[in-house]
Design a protein around this ligand. Structure first.
Ligand code: ADP
Ligand code: MG
Length: 498
């Protein structure tokens, strides 16, 4: 991994980064109540008496939320703590009717794990760095204040109050904005594969607290600041860049870094101080007396393990080793679970149609998906989920190329028509008469005309200018509107000119 250094007036500085990621758990209902956890409903329509903290209400842990957090822990190879406990983190804020958040400070559900990142897209295995994850604990989200609904009042929406979050706390193991970006993308990818969080940063279902400090190479860790609730990978990277150079400036001009909580302003790309950092004792943490400790049975953990899908690293290895794809293609196809799913559906259908092993058609399918389909989706501004062409329809197109019905060039035209009309490849080929001509008689006729029309060039070719061969191929193909079988054209031209 290349080293990232900030060049200061007094020499080089290293950056140290640790991320605390809040990931909203995918579950029907909230962490301690039966109210719906769905995003985007009318304000205050998904609030149970527990979420509104009515006196006498008791929280009941939602087994599904615990299960999702355990599955996430297993997916990052983490220690699962069979005994964990909920604590109250006490503070007052208008979006927190309980006056405390139920969280886990002393005994988190998930302990030490790790996430492997790479900065080398071309060969993701060449340059791997292991980032430690210190813990994952489960906690409640707060409600949301709305300051823009009324000229003089603020409103509160408690729909989010009590929704389950996983807080995924990394070690201070990242050393550049790029590493932090790679870590976040990898974490998001794993969460989506597992299905424990949708990773949607725009909707706030995944947000990061960005801890940054600087030090001279080899020195002890410096004092850090924590920039709260940064909600995109790009903003996290911008936060680190800005914060690190700000800290270098402060230190080099004789100042001290104060441990504080800061806010990122996307408009200016800078951070500003929000408040001095609280320590754990400021929150008067204590075990929540309404909840018993969580005790997990081995069978529950094993069930969680068995429910995990093939994860991105394992899938990437399989695509390289069993399917023979390049490290780069394997990396791109497995980075997002939707891409891998689409590819695997295409692969299965392509292999079935061509009556071949998946490994035999993997390159054809991968190349088509990464260049043709991704290119088209890019142009259309669509994602894979909104693709106008299904894996089955795409396999139909690839089948026509594989059995020689159409050429690769014609396949591009057919694909365009598939995008426009939603019709099957074979229907388009039939209707528009796009079948490839392999009939030697028909092609020979065209070749004879091309050579007669270009007698001068034929003479030059025979005189030794062999580069002209491509010209004759091009003219023949053009005369046949690209529908001639290129292999047959080559053979017949060689004969005719020979
Ligand atoms: P707190 O719970 O008060 O926020 P932690 O010690 O649990 O404090 O650390 C929170 C995050 O800060 C972790 O992700 C950790 O990796 C990171 N961190 C700790 N020390 C540093 C440091 N000196 N520089 C950068 N990040 C740090
Ligand atoms: Mg923190």
């Amino acid at each position: 991994m290349s080293t990232y250094r900030i060049q200061g007036a007094t020499g080089e500085w290293e950056v140290v980064i640790g991320l605390e990621v809040h990931a909203q758990v995918v579950s029907q209902s909230k962490l301690f109540s039966g109210a719906s956890a769905t995003f985007g409903a009318e304000p205050n329509t998904q609030v149970s008496l527990v979420d509104a903290a009515m006196p006498g209400m008791l929280p009941v842990p939602n087994g599904e939320c615990i299960r999702q957090a355990v599955r996430t822990g297993l997916a990052i190879d983490a220690q699962i703590n069979k005994w964990s406990r909920f604590d109250r983190k006490n503070y007052f804020y208008a979006d927190l009717p309980q006056g405390y958040q139920i969280s886990q400070l002393y005994h988190p559900l998930v302990g030490e794990g790790h996430i492997d990142i790479s900065l080398d897209d071309k060969n993701p295995e060449a340059d791997v760095k292991r980032i430690g994850v210190e813990r994952i604990h489960v906690e409640q989200d707060a409600g949301k204040l709305m300051h823009d609904q009324h000229p003089t009042m603020s409103y509160v929406d408690l729909n989010r109050s009590g929704v389950a979050l996983m807080e995924i706390v990394s070690r201070p193991d990242m050393a550049s904005p790029l590493e932090a970006g790679a870590y976040l993308r990898k974490l998001r990818s794993i969460l989506r594969y597992v299905g424990s969080c949708d990773g949607n940063m725009e909707e706030g279902s995944m947000r990061a607290d960005v801890n940054v400090s600087v030090r001279k190479p080899g020195e002890e860790l410096g004092t850090r600041t924590e920039t709260k609730n940064v909600n995109s990978v790009r903003f996290v990277m911008a936060t680190i860049e800005h914060e690190a150079s700000r800290q270098v400036d402060v230190l080099e001009s004789g100042g001290k870094i104060v441990q504080e909580t800061r806010l990122f302003d996307p408009d200016s790309g800078t951070t500003r101080s929000m408040r001095s950092k609280e320590d754990a004792h400021d929150y008067r943490y204590f075990p929540d007396p309404d909840l018993l400790p969580l005790e997990l049975e081995d069978s529950f953990i094993e069930e969680c393990r068995a429910s995990l899908p093939e994860l991105p690293d394992a899938k990437r290895h399989r695509y390289e080793n069993a399917l023979g794809l390049s490290p780069y293609n394997a990396g791109v196809l497995t980075a997002e679970v939707e891409t891998a799913r689409w590819f695997e559906a295409l692969l299965a259908e392509t292999a079935a149609r061509q009556n071949k092993d998946e490994a035999a058609v993997a390159k054809q399918a991968a190349n088509w998906l990464l260049s043709e389909l991704f290119g088209a989706l890019n142009r259309l501004g669509r994602t894979l989920e909104g693709s106008p062409v299904s894996p089955v329809a795409a396999a139909g197109l690839l089948g026509l190329v594989a059995d020689g019905t159409i050429s690769g060039t014609i396949a591009k035209q057919v694909f365009e028509k598939m995008l426009e009309t939603g019709d099957d490849a074979s229907a388009i080929v039939e209707r528009d008469g796009l079948k490839q001509e392999s009939d030697t008689g028909a092609i020979d006729g065209v070749i004879a005309k091309v050579l007669a029309d270009n007698a001068d060039k034929v003479a030059q070719y025979k005189g030794g200018k062999e580069a002209l061969f491509g010209f004759f191929v091009g003219q023949t193909m053009k005369a046949m509107q690209g529908k001639a079988n290129p292999q047959v054209v080559n053979e017949l031209l060689k004969k005719a000119l020979g």
